[in-house]
Design a protein around this ligand. Structure first.
Ligand code: ADP
Ligand code: MG
Length: 433
């Protein structure tokens, strides 16, 4: 059959066209009227799709007396699902239930997540509106899954019969592959395209999965056309996901894309405090501040650190104190910032300017003391994670506005005073050593 087709094209097309665009195509298989044809490049594929497909079908029909549907695949891409990881034991009728703890009440709002939180809440209150799809991205352990499931939980609370589905993009892939293998893609589509809310977690894992991306594209369109809400998360923005089809990237831009950034010290403390209250753990604020100061990477680790401290206290039968926490978390400590404490800054600065540490934390208003005091405050802000009120407290109970004023003063002075800049560099090097 293929030879006959080629001969027919040889006659109807120019020699150049035939040699460059037609001859390189190779038939791969013909089964159930599906003809797979391999072509070397996209240009070939487009040409076949646009200019030769109809003729090919026509000709194949006259020869075989059957409707034959040709598919053009790029070399090395014979199976469009080859990259998609097949299911192990996943059954798409099985839903991943939402974690009830992941709700808006347990979510602590801070600088790094307030926008994502607001958007998520708006979506939960009025799905299918302006923010469709909602795309939340950010680093690991920063609360993306928590927020996403909170949307689902909230929506179910408002409307218990709403059809809500949460899947990771891997589960979506597995469901889809499974449905192909078991000849039940209709069922798959019926399930996914009739939802009120589809939550797809960690969409970056759709990278490289051509077949699944196409299916997701169609799912997306079906839901979006019906004003059904779609929420996705990822560890990066859509156009940085490798091998994500442009049409998906552009669809994702239709709604709102929000970032979650790592929590600042205040938020970390607030998260720990809410955990402690929820679990009725007896632990003082000083220890919470200590733990929050140690772990600045992500919230999952922050929670892990709290658990660790608790376990350590249980095992050693000792009450939880900052000291105990530091023992429990030994080895977890960050390299630079942790070793620098406000006290060590005060000591070093005092030594450097030939005054005493009590001068630094005292109230004397002579210039030889005031300037080093301001420098110590400035360095405390720069080299530690402590808040302004906390720094003020460590300097003999001064107000946070005093600290702010000191920082401003030093910054201003640094504009013109090179000598001061050098002194600061020396001090910093000593503190970090
Ligand atoms: P991600 O999906 O971004 O990797 P998760 O949503 O799984 O992160 O969050 C990791 C852990 O931190 C979860 O236990 C979650 O409840 C908790 N968490 C994250 N952000 C917050 C927050 N703002 N308030 C309270 N807990 C949070
Ligand atoms: Mg997650």
């Amino acid at each position: 059959l293929w030879e006959a087709i080629q001969n027919s094209f040889r006659q109807s097309k120019s020699q150049v066209t035939f040699d460059t665009l037609i001859a390189p195509a190779k038939p791969l298989s013909l089964s159930q009227n599906q003809l797979e044809v391999e072509v070397p490049t996209k240009v070939h594929r487009d040409f076949w799709e646009k200019n030769l497909k109809a003729e090919l079908k026509q000709y194949a029909k006259t020869v075989t007396n059957q409707e034959i549907e040709p598919h053009f695949v790029l070399e090395g891409e014979f199976d469009p699902y080859q990259n998609d990881r097949p299911a192990e034991s996943n059954n798409f009728e099985m839903d991943t239930p939402l974690n009830p703890h992941y709700n808006f009440k347990t979510f602590v709002v801070g600088e790094g997540n307030k926008m994502a939180h607001a958007a998520a809440f708006a979506v939960a209150e009025s799905p299918g509106g302006l923010y469709n799809p909602l795309f939340i991205y950010g680093g690991v352990g920063l609360g993306k899954t928590h927020l996403m499931e909170a949307i689902g939980n909230h929506m179910l609370q408002l409307n218990p019969t709403a059809k809500v589905k949460y899947v990771t993009s891997e589960e979506f892939t597995n469901d889809f592959i499974h449905s192909i293998q078991s000849n039940s893609t209709e069922k798959f589509r019926e399930e996914y395209r009739n939802l009120d809310l589809l939550l797809i977690d960690d969409i970056q894992f759709l990278a490289n999965k051509e077949g699944t991306q196409l299916e997701f594209f169609n799912t997306f369109n079906a839901l979006h056309d019906n004003k059904k809400q779609i929420v996705m998360t990822s560890d990066r923005i859509p156009n940085e996901i490798p091998e994500l089809q442009d049409r998906l990237v552009s669809r994702f831009r239709w709604g709102l894309t929000v970032e979650i950034t790592p929590p600042d010290l205040e938020t970390r403390i607030a998260i720990l405090r809410s955990k402690v209250e929820e679990d009725h753990i007896n632990i003082g604020n000083d220890t919470l501040n200590y733990i929050a100061g140690q772990i600045d990477t992500n919230i999952r680790e922050l929670e892990g650190a709290l658990t660790k401290v608790q376990a350590f206290s249980n095992l050693s039968q000792e009450p939880i104190t900052p000291h105990l926490a530091s023992q429990a978390l030994r080895g977890l400590q960050r390299t630079t910032k942790t070793t620098i404490t406000i006290t060590s800054i005060q000591k070093n600065v005092a030594d450097f300017y030939n005054i005493t540490q009590s001068d630094i934390v005292g109230k004397k208003r002579v210039k030889q003391i005031v300037v080093p005091r301001q420098i110590a405050m400035y360095l405390s802000r720069e080299l530690t994670d402590y808040s302004l009120p906390k720094i003020g407290k460590e300097f003999g109970g001064k107000d946070h506005t005093t600290v702010l004023h000191a920082i401003d003063k030093i910054e201003e002075e640094l504009q013109t005073n090179n000598e001061l800049q050098e002194q600061l560099n020396t001090l910093k090097a000593k503190l970090k050593a």
